[in-house]
Design a binder for this molecule. Structure first.
Ligand SMILES: O=C[C@H](O)[C@H](O)[C@H](O)COP(=O)(O)O
Length: 280
């Protein structure tokens, strides 16, 4: 299949992997209306799908966030024939709606505990492919689907591509906690673990805290660089606190991370330390 870079071509010709042009080319006006960041997200997502979602893949995990809709868009472009025998597993309410509204087959991880490939966004990814996730409070289910997958792939725009976590993403590490334990966990984070500015995440259009798809709260815990140089260690410490359900640090899980760049190129970081560039 030929990959058409959607940032530098005037039109996208979405060819399905079954060889069917399912949607025709997007109009130039639609291209131009995308911001650079949105275009970068889409470029990362399209490239990741083209390189990792193969005809033989039958069970596919779909992550959460604002980059993932482009993943689903590209999968749909692979054609009805490619998708008719596939099942798609969501990481939460948003991705469930996305799968259903795109006309794809919905499944659940309790039916399909082994997933061929999961694609997901990230809040930030470091040089070893460790990442922060949970900016949308979905990281518990996201981690389950990442662990269940034979191949776990990250997609993001250029702002997420950093040497060390916490460089651009400042709210901190998202930590899902059972409501009963939140005050105790906050105190542990402030006084013992090393995050004096950890806070309970508050909702925007609701009074009170954010409540996750699992009925829990989220704490955002910023950490100094020294902790983020070895994120696995701090993740393990946080996870040991009673009341913590999951930590939004995904360490040594991704096979590769795709970053769409401002100039229309794509940077692909692999878990063996190599970095590839797809030119604009
Ligand atoms: O909880 C949310 C997820 O971890 C998202 O994948 C993450 O926040 C990245 O989202 P976005 O693609 O919108 O930057």
């Amino acid at each position: 299949m030929t990959f058409s870079n959607p940032l530098v071509t005037q039109t996208i010709r979405p060819m399905g992997i079954d060889g069917i042009n399912t949607q025709g080319a997007l109009p130039v006006a639609a291209e131009q209306s995308l911001s650079v960041i949105e275009a970068s997200k889409r470029l990362a997502a399209y490239t990741a799908v083209d390189q990792n979602v193969k005809l033989e893949h039958r069970v596919i995990g779909i992550g959460s966030g604002s980059t993932v809709p482009y993943v689903v868009e590209r999968i749909v472009q692979q054609g009805k024939e490619s998708n008719k025998n596939r099942v798609f597993i969501p990481t939460g309410f948003q991705s469930k709606e996305l799968i259903v509204s795109s006309g794809l087959n919905l499944g659940d991880v309790d039916q399909y505990p082994t997933i061929d490939v999961t694609l997901d966004g990230a809040d930030e990814v470091d040089h070893q492919l460790n990442c922060i996730k949970g900016g949308g409070a979905c990281h518990l289910r996201e981690k389950v689907l990442a662990e269940a997958a034979t191949t776990f792939i990250l997609v993001a725009d250029y702002r997420k591509n950093v040497e060390f976590l916490g460089t651009n993403f400042k709210p901190g590490v998202p930590i899902e906690v059972v409501p009963f334990a939140y005050a105790k966990v906050l105190q542990n984070l402030h006084q013992v673990i090393g995050s004096p500015n950890a806070t309970l995440r508050m909702a925007v259009k609701k009074a009170g805290p954010v409540v996750t798809d699992n009925g829990n709260f989220v704490i955002d815990a910023p950490f100094d660089r020294k902790f983020m140089e070895e994120p696995y260690k701090i993740m393990a410490k946080i996870k040991m606190l009673t009341g913590v359900v999951e930590v939004g640090l995904f360490c040594h899980m991704a096979k590769s991370a795709y970053f769409g760049n401002e100039d229309g190129s794509v940077t692909i970081k692999l878990n063996d330390g190599t970095v590839e560039h797809v030119a604009a």
